[in-house]
Design a protein around this ligand. Structure first.
Ligand SMILES: *Cc1c(COP(=O)(O)O)cnc(C)c1O
Length: 372
C-alpha cells in the first residue's frame, strides 16, 4: 500500500451516531452516505454503520445500488433529482424515490402498475431551497396525486433547509434575503395541514433536519433526522452551538519520501514561487492535488511531522508537495499528518477557500482508506 492513506476511525463514527440518536430521542436517524461517505470510503463505512441506521441517504441511484450490492438491506433514500428513465433501478434495487414533481410521481406510478412491484417514494417539498421539489403553494396537487396512487407506496414527505446552520436567522423571516429555516418549517407545516383538511393521514415519515437543524431546531425533527457532516464529526458552521458532541474520524497520513537541504537562490517547485532565505531542510511528501490535496493551498497549508507543524512551500504538484522543515532533522520515512491530530478540516477549508464538505469529498479514490 502507498504511504499516503486515510485512516477512518469507525468507532468514532458509531459514537457520533449514538450521540446524535440520544439527542433526537424518538426520531429515526437517516445516515447520509452520499459522495463516498463524505470521502471516508463507503465500502468500509456502510457495512459497519448500516446495522445502527434506520435509513441510509444517498444522492444518486448508483450510490444506492453500490450499497445494496454489499448485501445491505437498510432502506435507502435517493435524495437527489431523478430522471424517469432511472426509475427501473429503484424497483430492482429497492431504493426509495424522492418524488420531486407530479410528472415523476406519475412515471413511478405507471412503472409500478405495469411491473406489479411497489416503488417506495417520499414526496419532496421545496420550501425555500429552490433546488428540487414541489413548492408549498403547489403541493396540494402533488398530495392529491399521491393519494390517488394505487401502486406507489408513499411512505414519507420531506424538505431541505437552505440556512439551518445560521443560528441568528432561525427566527428571522422577512428582514433577510436568506430564507430562514423557521420560515421553511412554517411552509412545511402548511403542506402537512393539507392532509388534515382532507382528513387523510400524512405519510409515516416526515423529515426535514440536516446537521444544522439537528443541532439547533428540535421542532424540525418530526419522525426522522438526516445528519450528514455531523455524523462525520464536523460541525456545519464555525460558531454554531455544539449541542451534540461529535468528533472527526479521519486522519490523512503520509511519509516523507525525500529530504534534503536547499539553499537561497534555488526556488522550490513549479513556477519557483518559494525561495528559502537561508539553508533549509525541505521534505517531499508523496501526495498532491490528484489525491485531493488542493493546489489552491500552495504556500498556505501546514502539516505535522514528528509532532511539529511545518509550512508547505512551493507549488503543490499533482502527486507531490514540499514542506519547509527549517533546521530540523526530518528524515525519509518520517510520518506526516495532513489532516487530523491538530489539523482540522476547517483549517484545510480556510487554506483552500472552501468548506469542510468539499475538503472531505475531494479526497480522491487514489488515496487508500484504512478502517480501524
Ligand atoms: C446532503 C444532504 C443532507 C445532509 O446535509 P448535512 O449538511 O451534511 O447534514 C441532508 N438532506 C439532504 C436532502 C441532503 O442532500
Amino acid at each position: 500500500m502507498r504511504p499516503t492513506y486515510l485512516e477512518v476511525n469507525l468507532n468514532q463514527l458509531k459514537q457520533n451516531l449514538e450521540n446524535i440518536r440520544a439527542h433526537v430521542a424518538s426520531a429515526k436517524v437517516l445516515v447520509v452516505l452520499k459522495a463516498n461517505a463524505y470521502g471516508h470510503g463507503v465500502d468500509g463505512v456502510a457495512p459497519f454503520i448500516a446495522p445502527f441506521a434506520d435509513y441510509i441517504g444517498v444522492a444518486i441511484p448508483e450510490e444506492g445500488i453500490h450499497i445494496r450490492n454489499m448485501g445491505i438491506a437498510t432502506p435507502i433514500l435517493v435524495m437527489g433529482g431523478t430522471l424517469p428513465e432511472q426509475l427501473p433501478a429503484f424497483l430492482e434495487f429497492d431504493l426509495t424515490l424522492a418524488a420531486s414533481s407530479l410528472d415523476l410521481l406519475e412515471s413511478a406510478e405507471q412503472l409500478s402498475a405495469s411491473t406489479g412491484k411497489r416503488l417506495k417514494a417520499h414526496l419532496k417539498i421545496d420550501t425555500g431551497m429552490e433546488r428540487i421539489g414541489v413548492r408549498e403553494y403547489e403541493a396540494e396537487a402533488l398530495i392529491e396525486k399521491s393519494l390517488s396512487c394505487k401502486h406507489v407506496d408513499v411512505e414519507g414527505i420531506f424538505t431541505h433547509f437552505a440556512n439551518s446552520e445560521e443560528m441568528a436567522l432561525r427566527g428571522v423571516k422577512q428582514t433577510s434575503p436568506m430564507t430562514s429555516a423557521a420560515l421553511q418549517l412554517e411552509r412545511f407545516e402548511e403542506v402537512l395541514s393539507i392532509y388534515e383538511k382532507r382528513s387523510e393521514p400524512h405519510p409515516q415519515i416526515r423529515h426535514t433536519a440536516n446537521s444544522g437543524a439537528t443541532l439547533l431546531m428540535p421542532e424540525s425533527y418530526y419522525d426522522m433526522v438526516r445528519p450528514g457532516v455531523l455524523f462525520y464529526g464536523i460541525y456545519p458552521g464555525r460558531d454554531i452551538e455544539q449541542t451534540i458532541e461529535v468528533k472527526p474520524a479521519l486522519t490523512w497520513k503520509s511519509k516523507v519520501v525525500f529530504s534534503k537541504i536547499t539553499q537561497p537562490g534555488r526556488g522550490v517547485s513549479y513556477g519557483s514561487l518559494w525561495h528559502p532565505e537561508a539553508e533549509s531542510r525541505i521534505a517531499t511528501i508523496p501526495c498532491g492535488y490528484a489525491d485531493g490535496y488542493f493546489r489552491r493551498m500552495t504556500n498556505q497549508a501546514q502539516v505535522i511531522i514528528n509532532g511539529k507543524k511545518y509550512p508547505q512551500v512551493g507549488r503543490i504538484c499533482m502527486d507531490q508537495f514540499m514542506v519547509n522543515a527549517g533546521n530540523d532533522d526530518v528524515k525519509v520515512g518520517d510520518e506526516v499528518t495532513l489532516l487530523g491530530n491538530g489539523i482540522r478540516a476547517e483549517d484545510l477549508a480556510d487554506w483552500v477557500g472552501t468548506n469542510e464538505y468539499e475538503v472531505m469529498t475531494n479526497i480522491s479514490a487514489r488515496v487508500p482508506r484504512v478502517f480501524v
